[in-house]
Design a protein around this ligand. Structure first.
Ligand SMILES: CC(=O)SCCNC(=O)CCNC(=O)[C@H](O)C(C)(C)COP(=O)(O)OP(=O)(O)OC[C@H]1O[C@@H](n2cnc3c(N)ncnc32)[C@H](O)[C@@H]1OP(=O)(O)O
Ligand SMILES: CC(C)C(=O)C(=O)O
Length: 563
């Protein structure tokens, strides 16, 4: 691999920051969020959004609570232009939402941009020009001074058109594209020029948006760059410092978070990280990271699956199964020890909520392996634990408990887990809760009717105080079984002869009189120990069937048939 062809970030741009405040700070409030799905996200799609998709995306962003939304690059295409014009229809944009439109620093494009926003009451015009040396030299053919003059000229044109516009004033945004590879002193010169030219003030601040257009360094480098700007930008109280990280190194979220520590107030990004190449920073992850720290993200993400479906429809791109907070598998544990911990954690959580007298969804969250309560984003617990060959007894017991109301004794959990292992190792596939239940039935319930002790009929009677009789007829023609004991079950054990009951448990599978009883018996026949289970509306029948199942299994030692 020719790694020697590449320069480390610190050799490409030096940040003259000698001491830094960001490592010691905490994020205590949400930044201003600005989704750029309809512009930066859209321009990265093989098939850009059609008007209907743009509309759906816009409505989603409004419903989620975004207050500033970049809606397009109206001078770039008729679709974008028309979409902005549609938003100019009275009532199309809620009163607390501001529209951002994007333009390069070219007079013709700027003029078209202003045409598009005619009649829109709250608008930010977002002007951009690449400022990094390679872009200056190779793409734009400008040196530092001529490019600075070009930007000033374009910004002046923006200001003139804004001044000439009747009605509500326009706000201004500038992005020195590829900020992260631009000399810091040059960024300051260019941005300070515009702060002055646009006459920014605390009540009409200018937005300076500092993009990591192509992410090239570790997030601490970006944080240093942002802190440097935060400390040195002129009229700082008249500037909203914004960041716009991309994700080329996979650390866009970290860049945004460290940038906030370093003084950034506003973040541009896309839902689920759509955008050029590896994408823009993911606003959903950023917002839910805040949520998970007890900070109000100021966005409604309570139905993450609905949001995801809309975004997938608009972008025609899937959100991966492992995507933070939103992927299909991110609240799911397959592995045994994780399942065990989650199962215990959820039980503990329910108990704690009851002790505090609050609903479970209000109780403080501290469940192992789940950074947030899936219910916060509209996910249920059904998919939290799923079973495959990596699963242990905890997860298996959890599924049988939540789906069938079974509360398996610990040794039966261990026993059944080996049965599941054999089945999943054999198939290599995941086992659904329904399949797990069928396997449990085949292993522990059905053997009551399959073996030497399968009975055609049976009855019990109390022949005297503490004296119980059992009588039954074997199905295989092996004659009658009769026994006496101090309870019906010991009477059956007596009838079977040579069988010890090592463990017995029973419980109802749900509340109410109609719920079924389930009984578990661990029995020894000679050297062989086997579990059996029974389920019936009668506790007695469930118990008798559990012992018959254990006896049949121990005697016949049948291999479990995987259904
Ligand atoms: C990082 C970002 O996301 S930046 C946004 C990128 N988004 C897009 O490009 C999507 C929409 N763009 C478009 O539809 C087109 O590029 C248009 C309509 C804006 C312009 O189209 P064209 O006039 O055909 O120009 P083209 O697409 O080839 O762009 C390159 C030209 O723009 C110039 N240019 C690039 N960026 C800028 C800028 N910020 N300000 C001024 N000029 C610029 C280049 O120097 C080049 O000029 P040249 O042709 O004289 O060499
Ligand atoms: C020009 C800015 C805002 C941008 O899209 C980028 O640098 O990625």
């Amino acid at each position: 691999m020719p790694y020697h062809r590449y320069q480390p970030a610190h050799r490409r741009v030096e940040v003259p920051l000698t001491e830094r405040g960001w490592p010691a700070r905490r994020i205590e409030q949400a930044p201003l969020w600005v989704p750029v799905d309809l512009r930066d996200g859209n321009q990265a799609l093989a098939e850009p959004m059609d008007p209907a998709r743009k509309r759906r995306m816009f409505e989603l962003l409004v419903a989620m609570g975004f207050k500033e939304i970049e809606v397009g690059y109206p001078s770039a295409s008729q679709t974008d232009f028309d979409f902005v014009r549609d938003l100019a229809v009275p009532g199309a944009v809620p009163e607390d939402v501001t529209i951002v439109v994007f333009t390069a620093a070219r007079r013709d494009l700027i003029e078209r941009t202003f045409e598009s926003v005619e009649g829109l009451p709250r608008v930010v015009v977002h002007l951009y020009t690449a400022t990094a040396p390679t872009w200056r030299d190779v793409v734009l053919g400008q040196d530092r001074e001529s490019l600075r003059a070009l930007i000033r000229d374009a910004a002046g044109h923006v200001a003139r058109l804004a001044d000439a516009r009747p009605g509500a004033p326009i706000r201004y945004e500038f992005s020195p594209e590829v900020f992260n590879l631009t000399e810091p002193d040059y960024v300051l010169e260019v941005c300070d020029d515009l702060t002055a030219l646009w006459d920014a003030s605390p009540d009409r601040p200018v937005i300076h948006n500092l993009p990591a257009t192509v992410e090239t360094a570790t997030p601490n480098v970006y944080a240093d760059q942002i802190e440097y700007m935060h400390r040195h930008l002129a009229r700082r109280d008249s500037v909203i410092l914004s960041v716009h990280p991309h994700n080329d190194r996979g650390t866009g979220v970290a860049c945004a978070e460290l940038a906030l520590l370093a003084g950034a107030q506003r973040v541009e990004g896309c839902l689920f990280g759509n955008g050029e190449r590896t994408g823009n920073v993911d606003l959903v992850t950023l917002a839910l990271n805040l949520h998970s720290q007890g900070v109000d993200p100021m966005l409604d993400l309570s139905d993450i699956d609905a949001i995801r479906r809309t975004v997938e429809h608009c972008n025609r791109l899937p959100v991966p199964d492992r995507h933070p907070y939103a992927g299909d598998l991110v609240y799911t544990a397959f592995s045994g020890t994780h399942q065990d911990a989650i199962g215990k954690g959820l039980a503990h959580h329910a108990k704690r909520a009851a002790e505090l007298g609050v609903p479970v969804e209000q109780a403080p969250w501290e469940v192992p392996y789940l950074p947030i309560d899936p219910a916060d984003v509209g996910r249920d617990y059904q998919a939290v634990i799923r079973v495959n060959s990596q699963s242990g007894k905890g997860g298996i017991a959890y599924l049988l408990n939540t789906h069938q109301g079974l509360d398996l004794p610990r040794r039966l959990q261990i026993d059944f887990s080996a049965v599941v292992q054999r089945a999943t190792d054999g198939s290599g596939a995941e086992m659904t809760a329904e399949e797990l239940w069928r396997l449990f039935q085949a292993a522990y319930l059905d053997p009551a009717d399959d073996g030497p002790y399968a009975l055609a009929d049976w009855s019990t009677a109390e022949s005297g105080p503490g004296v119980h009789e059992f009588a039954g007829t074997r199905r295989d023609g092996g004659g009658e079984l009769r026994g006496t004991g101090n309870g019906p079950l010991s009477a059956l054990a007596g009838a079977l002869g040579g069988i010890d009951i090592l463990h017995y448990a029973q419980h109802a599978t749900g509340p109410g009189q109609d719920s079924q009883a389930v009984a578990y018996v661990e029995a020894r026949v000679g050297e062989t120990i086997r579990w059996g289970a029974g389920r019936d509306t009668s506790v007695l029948t469930a118990s008798i069937r559990a012992l018959l199942a254990a006896a049949n299994r121990a005697t016949a030692d049948k291999a479990v048939r995987v259904p």
